[in-house]
Design a protein around this ligand. Sequence first.
Ligand code: SF4
Ligand code: SF4
Length: 60
Amino acid sequence: MIEIREGRCDFCGVCVAVCPADCIELYEAKIVIDKEACTDCLNCVHVCPFEALTFQEDMV
Ligand code: SF4
Ligand code: SF4
């Protein structure tokens, strides 16, 4: 799943634009990811200029 490092996010909206599942939303001062809809494509991780998004393996 994708984890957000909130202190790093600059709310630029780049991740929202590249998400093929349309599951990232930018509210006032918060990024919200619908983890059910996320396909772990990692587009958002790669484009974030501030390294605010990281991929964590699911704990099983
Ligand atoms: S990993 Fe892909 S599907 Fe999941 S939030 Fe990021 S861009 Fe969207
Ligand atoms: S691309 Fe990174 S800095 Fe920009 S809104 Fe998304 S998480 Fe925040």
